[in-house]
Design a protein around this ligand. Sequence first.
Ligand code: CA
Ligand code: CA
Length: 85
Amino acid sequence: MGVLKDMKNAIVTLGTVVALTAGLAHAQVAVEDTDGDGSYSMEELMVAYPDLTEDVFAEVDADGDGAVSADELTAAQDAEILVAG
Ligand SMILES: [Ca+2]
Ligand SMILES: [Ca+2]
């Protein structure tokens, strides 16, 4: 009976991990590089984040080159500088 209980615990734990991972993936809003230049402009970001302001864009654009790279976007989402809704 002990083995069965351990298996049940393992399945419950796995289910929790899957649910958490799905939740994180869902929280990440997909931003589209509409013009295909390899980076995200303010206009492209505003499709996913309509409330985006120039101040926030400047914060997301960590190196200040006027465009947001995929790395800058991921960092901003992780740091919750960009929050959907
Ligand atoms: Ca672009
Ligand atoms: Ca940049």
